[in-house]
Write a protein that binds this ligand. Structure first.
Ligand code: GTP
Ligand code: MG
Length: 162
């Protein structure tokens, strides 16, 4: 297998799901009360990552915000999403399905998550987390790193570890 010199993790998702908060919680180890629309790109040095590979974390969706303002830009946004889906399929970019804000729900969302996982083979792992109480935050970024470095690994759901 080709040796990786670094890993790039992109956070994509619907507005307000907590992408920026997840990054800020990882970096500062506490829940940020106020977040910008988009976090600056950060690079985690190799020696503090479990797999010893420099890891870039990009708050991806925020980059599209300027395009959302105009009418024409909505079409641009749609094209962008479609293009990204195609790129993911061609290059088999591994996906981690993230259920943030687990602090707000009492029950597990696994029943919702599992059918989605079964439908998209490029989803390597799913994880429930909370930027607010820091549940599974470092784990989430570790799974993403692992999914890139060991993409054929077995499916692993932290909730079903037993
Ligand atoms: P956009 O960049 O606008 O698409 O949003 P985003 O996905 O980056 O979400 P953001 O981090 O701005 O968070 C949106 C709101 O959700 C904020 O009010 C956060 O405080 C809140 N939030 C984020 N994560 C959590 C969480 O784990 N639990 C709870 N209860 N609230 C959260
Ligand atoms: Mg954001």
């Amino acid at each position: 297998r080709r040796m990786r010199k670094d890993v790039r993790i992109l956070l994509v998702g619907e507005p307000k799901v907590g992408k920026t908060s997840l990054i800020m919680s990882l970096v500062s180890e506490e829940f940020p009360k106020v977040v910008p629309y988009r976090a600056e790109e950060i690079t985690i040095p190799a020696d503090v990552t479990p797999e010893k590979v420099p890891t870039h974390i990009v708050d991806y969706s925020g980059t599209l915000r300027p395009f959302r303002l105009g009418l024409k830009c909505i079409e641009l946004f749609r094209c962008h999403v479609l293009l990204n889906k195609m790129l993911c399929m061609w290059f088999r970019v591994p996906l981690i399905l993230v259920g943030n804000k687990s602090d707000l729900v009492e029950h597990s969302s696994m029943e919702t998550i599992l059918p989605i996982m079964n439908r998209y083979s490029e989803i390597e792992t799913c994880v429930e987390c909370s930027a607010k109480n820091l549940k599974n935050i470092s784990e989430l970024f570790y799974y993403a790193q692992k999914a890139v470095l060991h993409p054929t690994g077995p499916l692993y759901c932290p909730e079903r570890r037993d």
